[in-house]
Design a protein around this ligand. Structure first.
Ligand SMILES: Cc1cc2nc3c(=O)[nH]c(=O)nc-3n(C[C@H](O)[C@H](O)[C@H](O)COP(=O)(O)OP(=O)(O)OC[C@H]3O[C@@H](n4cnc5c(N)ncnc54)[C@H](O)[C@@H]3O)c2cc1C
Length: 635
C-alpha cells in the first residue's frame, strides 16, 4: 500500500500537545516507520488484529489466539538435528573457540556444512526454509550447548542481512546474496546503533551520498555483533535525510575507506563485536533495499520482531543450563547437616527458575506460531523479549549466583564467566523499559486516533489548551467528539465481553486462565482513562504507561503459559506453569506469598531435584568447582 503522507498519530498528538517542531519531527519519523510496517501486513495480521490487541479492545476475546499448536515432526528436523550434533561434538571435543577466544572458523565451517546458516533462507536459495516455530525452539536446544553459537544464528538470520533480504530484497538481490548467506560463505550482522544513536534512532548520523553507480557511506557504527572484515552487514544510513538499509559487503581487510573500531566488551565475549568507521565507502546502487513503502526503519523493525522472539528462546536455553548447574550443587552442598536442596528457600528458587523456563518456552512457541501465520508479531515480540531478558537477569543474579554462593565468582563458573551475557539481553534489541512504552503506545494508538485525536484537533481549532469537563463552553464546542467517545464508553460498560472458549484446561491451571479472562477487559478502560486524564500529555507520563504495560504483559504471559502447559500434559510442566503464574499474579496484585504458593513450589522442586523435569533432558550438569570429600557419616 502506498505511503499516505498523512501525519502519524504520534505527530498529530505531539504537535497538539505543543512539543517543539524538532521533537515532533523525530518521534513522528519513528511512528511513521511503524505505521508503514503495519500497512505491509494483511489487515488480518496487523497489530490491531493480533490476539493481544483484540483481547484488550474487542468484545470477542480470542482465547484460541493464545494457544499455539505443538510443532509437529517435519522434514526440516533432520537439518536441525545435524546442526545440533555438530555443536555437541565440538563442545565435547573442547574446540568451540579460536586462539582469540571467538567461535572457531572450523566450527563455523562445520555448521555451514550442516546447513546452520541457511535455516531461515528459502530452499530456492540453498537454505532449508525452516518455519520460525521450528527455528525458535531449536535455538533453545542449541543454547543448552552454547548460547554464543546459538545466538549467532539469530544475529545472522533474524536481525542480520537474511531477514531484510528475504522480506524486502528484489529477486536480483536475493539471487546475489542469499546463496552466499545460506552456505555460510559470508555471515551477516546488522548495523543500526551509533555512538550518538541507540534508543533514539532519529539521531542517526551515518550518511549515504549518491555518487555515480551507487552511494558513499560516511559515519560510525557501534556495538555491531558479528562485524569483521569479509562479512555482510545490513546497515542503516541516512539517504536524503531518511533512514535507508544497505547491504554492505565489508572488504576482506581494513583500508582508508573502512576501519574497525576496537574496544573491550564484557558481553558476548566469544563473538566479534566492533565499531565500524566509514569514510566515503562505496556501496553499489543495487545494494540498496527498497521497501514497497516508507523508509529503512521499517526493515529494521521487521527483523527485530524475529530477533526478540529468538532472544526469549535463547534465554530459555540459558536458564536450563543454570538450572542443570544447580542440581548437583544443591544435593552436594550441606549446611548445618542438611543438603541446601532440602531447604525451603532453595527449593523455592529452583521452582521459580523452572517456572521461568516454562513461561519462556510458552511465549516462544506462541509468538513463533503467530509469526508463521503471518502476524506482524510486534506485541508478541516485546512480551517475549522483556520476559526472557528479565527472567534471565533475575535467574542469574537472584537464583544462580545466590545459590552457588562464593563459587559463583571463581574463574570457570557459569555465573562468573557469563554474567554479562545474562544481563546484556535487557539492553540489546531495544532496552526493556523503552520497549514496554512502545508496547503501551501500540495498544493505545487506535483508540487514541479514533476518539482523542478529534478532540485534540477541535481544542486546537478553538485555541484551548486542554479539555475542562466542568466547563460548559468546552462541552458545547466538543459535543460531537464527546458524544462519539461517550457512546464507546457506555457501550463498553453495557456490553458483555464474549470469550471464545477453548477446551477445558487442567484444574490447576484453570484459575489462571479465568483470571486472565477477567482482567483483560479492564485494560481498555484503564488505557482510555489514562488518555482522558492526561490527554495529549500522556506521552510524558512514562512511569504510568510502563506500569500498565507491564501488567498487561504479565497477563499475556500468564494466559499463554497456562494454556501451553495444559497442552504439554506433563505434571512437572503443569506445576512449573502454576508456579510462574502465581508469581506473576502476585507481582500484578501486590499480594503476599501464601502457604499454597510455597506448597506448589516445593512439589515442583522435588520433581526437579529428582531430575524429572523434562526441560533438563540432554542438558549437561557441570562439575562442582573446588570440591571436597564429603564428611564421613558419624557413628
Ligand atoms: C552486547 C551487545 C550487542 C549489541 N549488538 C548490536 C548489533 O549487532 N547491532 C546494533 O545495531 N546494535 C547492537 N547493540 C546496541 C544495542 O542495541 C543498544 O545498546 C541498545 O539499543 C540501547 O541503546 P544505547 O546503548 O545507545 O542506550 P541509550 O539510547 O543511550 O539509552 C540509555 C538509557 O536511557 C533510557 N532512555 C533513552 N531514551 C529515553 C526516553 N526517550 N525516555 C526514557 N528513557 C530513555 C533508556 O531506556 C536506557 O535506559 C548491542 C549492544 C550490546 C550491549
Amino acid at each position: 500500500m502506498a505511503d499516505t503522507g498523512q501525519p502519524s498519530f504520534a505527530e498529530t498528538a505531539l504537535a497538539q500537545a505543543g512539543k517543539s517542531a524538532e521533537e515532533v519531527r523525530r518521534l513522528g519519523a519513528v511512528d511513521r516507520a511503524d505505521e508503514q510496517l503495519e500497512r505491509l501486513f494483511h489487515p488480518q495480521y496487523q497489530t490491531k488484529n493480533s490476539p493481544v490487541h483484540r483481547a484488550v479492545w474487542d468484545w470477542h476475546f480470542p482465547l484460541g489466539g493464545f494457544r499455539s499448536p505443538k510443532p509437529e515432526a517435519a522434514e526440516c528436523d533432520a537439518v536441525l538435528e545435524r546442526c545440533y550434533e555438530v555443536l555437541r561434538r565440538a563442545r565435547e571435543e573442547n574446540r568451540l573457540w579460536n586462539e582469540q577466544g571467538k567461535v572457531s572458523e572450523q566450527l563455523l565451517h562445520e555448521l555451514a556444512e550442516a546447513g546452520y546458516w541457511g535455516l531461515l533462507i528459502g530452499r530456492e536459495y540453498g537454505g532449508s526454509g525452516v518455519p520460525f516455530a521450528k527455528f525458535a525452539p531449536f535455538l533453545t536446544r542449541m543454547a543448552t550447548l552454547d548460547a554464543t553459537v546459538a545466538g549467532l544464528a539469530s544475529v545472522h538470520g533474524c536481525i542480520g542481512a537474511v531477514d531484510p533480504l528475504m522480506t524486502f530484497g528484489t529477486p536480483e538481490q536475493k539471487a546475489r546474496f542469499l546463496p552466499r548467506l545460506a552456505s555460510g560463505e559470508a555471515l551477516s550482522g546488522f548495523a543500526l546503533t551509533e555512538p550518538n544513536a541507540g534508543s533514539d534512532l532519529t539521531a542517526l548520523r551515518t550518511r549515504a551520498c549518491p555518487v555515480p553507480g551507487g552511494y558513499e557511506l560516511s559515519g560510525q557504527k557501534l556495538f555491531i555483533t558479528n562485524a569483521i572484515p569479509g562479512r555482510i552487514i545490513a546497515l542503516v544510513a541516512l539517504l536524503e535525510n531518511r533512514p535507508a538499509v544497505f547491504i554492505v559487503e565489508l572488504p576482506g581487510t581494513e583500508n582508508d575507506r573502512f576501519r574497525l573500531v576496537r574496544y573491550g566488551l564484557y558481553a558476548l565475549a566469544h563473538n566479534y563485536n566492533n565499531g565500524l568507521l566509514f569514510d566515503r565507502f562505496f556501496v553499489p546502487a543495487e545494494n540498496l533495499l527498497q521497501p514497497p513503502t516508507g523508509d529503512g526503519l521499517l526493515i529494521a523493525y521487521h527483523g527485530l520482531n524475529r530477533g526478540r522472539l529468538a532472544l526469549c528462546a535463547l534465554a530459555a536455553g540459558s536458564m536450563r543450563v543454570m538450572l542443570a548447574s544447580l542440581l548437583p550443587w544443591v544435593h552436594f552442598r550441606r549446611t548445618y547437616g542438611e543438603p541446601i536442596g532440602a531447604r525451603e528457600l532453595v527449593q523455592f528458587r529452583i521452582a521459580k527458575l523452572a517456572g521461568y523456563i516454562a513461561a519462556a518456552d510458552a511465549l516462544t512457541q506462541w509468538g513463533s506460531w503467530l509469526l508463521d501465520l503471518g502476524y506482524r508479531g510486534e506485541l508478541e515480540g516485546i512480551v517475549a523479549k522483556i520476559f526472557g531478558s528479565e527472567a534471565m537477569k533475575e535467574a542469574a543474579v537472584d537464583i544462580l549466583m545466590k545459590t552457588h554462593g562464593g563459587r559463583s565468582f571463581l574463574h570457570g563458573h557459569l555465573f562468573g564467566d557469563n554474567v554479562h551475557d545474562f544481563l546484556a539481553p535487557c539492553i540489546y534489541e531495544g532496552e526493556g523499559q523503552m520497549l514496554a512504552l512502545a508496547f503501551f503506545k501500540a495498544l493505545a494508538k487506535e483508540h487514541g486516533r479514533q476518539f482523542f485525536e478529534p478532540i485534540g484537533q477541535r481544542l486546537s481549532e478553538a485555541h484551548l489548551r486542554r479539555l475542562q469537563p466542568w466547563n460548559p463552553l468546552h462541552l458545547w464546542r466538543l459535543r460531537r467528539e464527546l458524544w462519539a467517545y461517550g457512546k464507546w464508553w457506555l457501550g463498553r460498560r453495557l456490553r458483555p465481553h464474549i470469550v471464545t472458549r477453548v477446551p477445558p484446561v487442567h484444574r490447576q491451571l484453570r484459575p489462571h486462565v479465568q483470571w486472565a479472562e477477567s482482567v483483560f477487559p479492564r485494560y481498555a478502560e484503564e488505557i482510555s482513562a489514562m488518555l482522558r486524564r492526561y490527554q495529549l500529555r500522556l506521552a510524558d507520563r512514562q512511569v504510568k504507561m510502563m506500569e500498565l504495560s507491564q501488567r498487561i504483559q504479565d497477563t499475556v504471559t500468564v494466559l499463554v503459559t497456562a494454556l501451553w502447559a495444559d497442552q504439554q500434559g506433563d505434571e512437572a510442566w503443569i506445576l512449573a506453569a502454576d508456579v510462574v503464574c502465581r508469581e506473576l499474579r502476585r507481582r500484578w496484585s501486590g499480594r503476599r506469598i501464601r502457604d499454597a504458593d510455597v506448597r506448589v513450589a516445593r512439589q515442583l522442586a522435588e520433581l526437579v531435584l529428582d531430575r524429572r523435569f523434562p526441560a533438563l533432558q540432554g542438558v549437561t550438569e557441570p562439575p562442582i568447582l573446588m570440591p571436597y570429600p564429603e564428611e564421613p557419616a558419624s557413628g
